[in-house]
Unconditional design. Sequence first.
Length: 416
Amino acid sequence: MNVLPSSDLLTVENVLVPSSMLANAHEFGGVPVSDCVHGDLVIRDGHAVALQPCAGQAQVSGLVMPRLTECHVHLDKCHTISRMDRVGGDLSAALEAQYRDRVLWTEDDLRQRAERGLKELMSSGCGIVRSHLDWSPEPGSDTHPLAWHVLCDLAKDFEDKVLLQVSPLIDTAELVDAARVDAIGQEIANGSGVLGVFVLDQTDRHAAIAAAVRVAEKHGLALDFHVDEGLHDGLDGLEIIADTLIETRFQGPVLCGHACSLINLAGEPLQALLEKIARAGLTIASLPTSNLYLQGRNTGTPDRRGITRIGELRAAGVPVVVGTDNVRDAFCPLGRHDPRKSLELAALTAHLDPPFGDLLPMITTNAQRALGLSPTTVDGAAVQDLLIFDAESTSDWLTGTTEPKPLANVLTGDLA
């Protein structure tokens, strides 16, 4: 492997850097071009330190970005659709179909599919991934799910290439017994995992959310809720979570995925809830692929979008991130593991207009913060954490399909 000289001053000529990917854009240099800055990227001691005026007038060589962050996938379920016969329907139908498929979930099957999904994410430019897994026994068993051990092993095996956070997804019924929930919390903490909870319309959701916050506080866990994944009236999980966090002053990162039912609110009720969400410090993950496929189903073409209120949340100061969610399983039979494509779909379905550079934090810096990590920006980043994409604008980047190149490889000439 080629090694970058540690003390050399190097440049990558004629690149674009999105302004949103700079912590101190006014100090970094470069010539503004729409939502980017343009110039020759200066590398000193292995870190990006500045953009200087281009030495020549050649065509832009690429767009430099930090590695992407995938905030929400299900590597335990991915790539199972080809063995399901005539699967389709709403969330409950998908849950039933996926449960039936679990009789085939051997260690080898899980490892092969999850590793395939993780490698697809890595090839798309991801350096950080959070995967959920169903925390329920396999059919006919009362032991912890096999996927927990497989994904934890996968995280260790690939730790020098990608940070994989594993988040068991637990039903509220599992959280009402204090001794049991403490034991689950301890096991997740021992595995460096994240406490995930599925909240829809269960009768015990108030107590379960309170228990989850208590256990997360006790064991130092981040929280990740699948919440209000539906378009029917009366879903209040997001508000219960916000109220509980405000009351307890929980400081850990809390990510809430789906929140589809926000689309039912408008006017003052919506604004009141948005203000509460912002006060609670929540981040909302929009998951357009699975939600568009599952939600709003009727006997014909759907006329309601299964997507949360991205624009209104952002306007209220609530961080919004975008996740890929399900890939080729009962919840979404199509798609691919690529945060770029998920962000592109979110922009189309939620009417998020250019400049698209403003959206990039949804799959980079804001997504890292949502996962409890310090954000990586281009300025000051180690070259190992930077990628160069074949693109001449953020619109070109968002619609692109070619794999990025590690910037370190470009500098060393190792482009294999």
